[in-house]
Ligand binder design. Structure first.
Ligand code: NAP
Length: 280
């Protein structure tokens, strides 16, 4: 099933589009003629991207500054879109972040914020927009999970579980929506060089050394694979063949064998790793 044909009054909402994968997904959608509504907290960055996309691809761009951790801020998004007389045909729930380190050393507030951003916001925005899509018989939803969704992840326990939720939720939602004209695709990237490592408290070097070079996929390539899969109505996309093999192995190997190896290799659980100020 192809993506809904862009119209003057339709838009693709892309959360987490102030940097990294989300910015490139917005670029990819705009390149294909879709108007975009950019959502994140850093409004200046969103405005910069909005200018770039309207000038380069001549599409309508809108900016909504919102903190997706906050239910009140999220609840204002549909009204903001309605006020602009736009209809959401494509919803990309991409905003997210991770903490690093053992749960017993973590900060309660940050761990809960992660659940609110990575899980609660995805459920909230899907629920807010999916009924309208079904009634119009057109819509496509893209949720960003991770290859961390395919097995528990010691060192990022909450993050891995949040992404397992996104994958499970997206798969179930996609089946529920069969025949309605609305599709759901879950994007499961492996490592991607973005602002993600810095936000989680790793240096670029620590992040780079944590996984082999051949697993890293550039954000633009991840975004293209994601939008291609969304266009094809595929339920799950894992960019990069090494990451596809890794996800398959994680699925097949017993946790009793896999998890001790992952814990041993995780940079945030190694004896030398020190939590960065502000990381949690
Ligand atoms: N990079 C990787 O290796 C990797 C691998 C697998 C999956 N992922 C997933 O890919 C997605 C995008 O991450 P990225 O790698 O592109 O990292 P990034 O460059 O740090 O981008 C994260 C985006 O999420 C937004 N965001 C975070 N908290 C938010 C909040 N409370 N409210 C609104 N927006 C918020 C950020 O915007 P503001 O700060 O402006 O609000 C930013 O635009 C995430 O869901 C991440 O879990 C990343």
């Amino acid at each position: 099933m192809a993506l809904p044909t862009p119209k003057e009054n339709t838009t693709a909402v892309v959360t987490g589009s102030s940097s990294g994968i989300g910015a490139d997904i917005a670029r990819e959608l705009a390149r294909r003629g879709h108007g975009v509504t950019l959502v994140a907290r850093r409004e200046d960055r969103l405005k910069e991207l909005a200018d770039e996309l309207s000038q380069t691809h001549h599409v309508r761009t809108e900016v909504i500054a919102a903190d997706l951790t906050d239910a009140t801020s999220r609840a204002e998004i549909p009204g903001e879109i309605e006020r602009r007389q736009l209809t959401v045909d494509i919803l990309v729930n991409n905003a997210g972040f991770s903490t690093m380190g053992a749960v017993h050393k973590g900060a309660r507030d940050t761990e809960l914020s992660m659940v609110r951003t990575n899980v609660e916001a995805v459920v909230d925005l899907c629920t807010l927009f999916v009924a309208g899509m079904v009634s119009r018989h057109r819509g496509a939803i893209l949720n960003t999970a991770s290859t961390a969704a395919f097995q528990p992840l010691p060192g990022q326990a909450v993050y891995g579980a949040s992404k397992a939720f996104v994958l499970s939720y997206g798969r179930a939602l996609g089946v529920e929506l069969k025949g309605t004209g609305v599709t759901v695709t879950t994007l499961c990237p492996g490592p991607v060089e973005t602002g993600f490592a810095e936000v989680s408290g790793l240096t670029d070097q620590e992040a780079g050394e944590s996984l082999p070079k051949f697993m890293w996929v550039p954000p633009a390539q991840v975004a293209k694979a994601a939008v291609d899969a969304l266009s094809a109505g595929r339920p799950v996309v894992i960019p990069g063949s090494a990451n596809r093999i890794g996800a398959l192995l994680a699925h097949l190997l017993p946790n009793s064998l896999l998890l001790p190896v992952l814990a041993k290799q995780h940079p945030a659980l190694k004896g030398t790793w020190k939590e960065k100020p502000g990381a949690h």
